[in-house]
Design a protein around this ligand. Structure first.
Ligand SMILES: [Zn+2]
Ligand SMILES: [Zn+2]
Length: 318
C-alpha cells in the first residue's frame, strides 16, 4: 500500500517537471520530513514496570499523546559490569572500557598503571605500592566520587557504582507516540536522551572534564554502561549488546528511541557502511524509516548529538 503510494508520488514528480506551477507544489511535499510512530512492542516486557500507557502530556505548550512507562534501569539481556580492575596485573576481562579522542581502550590493570603517560600528567596515581588499585568499594564511596565536585578522599580513584545500590529507583519516560520534526535542532536538557529496548537510559555525554579534573575515571562496561546515584545504570555508548530489531533492507537495526520519539539505529548497515549524510544531530531521513538517528561510534562519548524533534520527558524517583 505504502509502496504503491510512493511509486505514484515519484511518477507525479517525474511528470510534474514539465509544468512549473505543479513543480512548485510537489517540491513543498518533497521537503516535508516523514515521521514514523513509535512501536511500543519493541520494548522488552520484563524490563518495564507494569505496562506502557498512553497519556496526553503538555510538551512545549502542546498537548501531545505520549507513551508513558517506568523502568528500574536494569539490563537483563547482558551482564552489567565489570568496571574497575582491582590490581595492575588484571587483564581486560576484569574490567570495562574508557575512551579518549574517539578511541576505545580496555581498562586493564596496565592501562590504570599508565594513566600518567596516557594523559601526560604525573598527578595520576590510581594504584598503591602493592599494585592494588584504588576503587570506590561501597555505596558511600561511590556517592562521594560519582558527582561533579568529587570529594577529596576519592581523587585518584577508579569510580565504580554497582547497579544494586540503586535498583529501586524508578525512571519514568514520556515519549511522543508520533514525533514532531523541527528544522532547528535543540540541545539536551537534563535527563535521558533516549532509551534502549531493555528500558535502560541513553544518557548525554559523560562529563569527562569533571571526572578527569579529579584524576578519576569512571569506566563503562563492555556494553557501554555504568551506574550513577541518579537513575542507576545507563549507557554512554552503543556497542551492540542490547536488543536490536533487524530491518527488511540493508539498513542498520533499530536499537531504541530518542526522547523525541524518533528511532535510534545502529552505526553501520549490514554491509558495514556508515551513512555519510547525517545532520548536526546524527540523523537523516529515508522513506522506510522517516527521520531517524544513527548512534555514534563507542569512543565518541556521544550516542546522538542533539534532537530534531520536540522532546518528551524523563524523571527519576530516587
Ligand atoms: Zn554516566
Ligand atoms: Zn539511516
Amino acid at each position: 500500500m505504502k509502496n504503491s503510494a510512493l511509486l505514484l508520488l515519484s511518477i507525479t514528480l517525474f511528470f510534474s517537471c514539465k509544468s512549473n506551477q505543479k513543480k512548485k507544489d510537489e517540491t513543498a511535499t518533497e521537503n516535508e520530513i516523514k515521521t514514523v510512530t513509535v512501536n511500543k512492542d519493541y520494548f522488552i516486557t520484563e524490563n518495564i514496570i507494569g505496562e506502557i500507557k498512553e497519556e496526553m502530556v503538555n510538551l512545549n505548550g502542546v498537548e501531545t499523546l505520549c507513551y508513558v512507562f517506568q523502568t528500574n534501569s536494569q539490563a537483563t539481556e547482558h551482564q552489567m559490569g565489570p568496571w574497575c580492575p582491582r590490581h595492575i596485573d588484571d587483564g581486560k576481562e576484569k574490567a570495562g572500557i574508557w575512551f579518549k579522542d574517539g578511541k576505545v581502550y580496555d581498562v586493564t590493570g596496565h592501562f590504570i598503571a599508565n594513566l600518567d603517560e596516557f594523559y601526560e600528567d604525573e598527578a595520576w596515581e590510581l594504584f598503591r605500592d602493592d599494585g592494588s588499585i584504588k576503587v570506590t568499594e561501597t555505596q558511600e564511596e561511590c556517592e562521594g566520587a560519582a558527582k561533579p565536585d568529587v570529594e577529596e578522599a576519592y581523587r585518584n580513584h577508579c569510580v565504580e557504582c554497582l547497579p544494586e545500590y540503586f535498583k529501586n529507583q524508578i525512571t519514568t519516560y514520556k515519549i511522543p507516540v508520533t514525533p514532531t520534526y523541527q528544522e532547528a535542532s535543540q540541545r539536551f536538557g537534563r535527563g535521558g536522551i533516549g532509551v534502549a529496548f531493555n528500558g535502560v537510559k541513553f544518557d548525554p555525554p559523560a562529563p569527562t572534564h569533571a571526572i578527569l579534573a579529579a584524576h578519576t575515571i569512571a569506566p563503562l562496561d563492555d556494553h557501554g554502561g555504568h551506574v550513577n546515584p541518579h537513575g542507576g545504570y545507563h549507557y554512554h555508548a552503543v556497542t551492540g549488546s542490547t536488543k536490536e530489531v533487524e530491518q527488511p533492507d540493508v539498513h542498520s537495526p533499530i536499537i531504541g528511541y530518542a526522547i523525541d520519539g524518533f528511532g535510534i539505529y545502529g552505526l553501520a548497515d549490514k554491509e558495514n557502511h556508515m551513512s555519510s549524510d547525517l545532520d548536526d544531530c546524527g540523523g537523516h531521513s529515508d522513506n522506510q524509516r522517516g527521520y531517524h538517528y544513527h548512534a555514534g561510534a563507542p569512543g565518541g562519548n556521544q550516542i546522538i548529538k542533539c534532537l530534531h524533534g520536540i522532546p518528551g520527558e524523563t524523571s527519576i524517583q530516587e
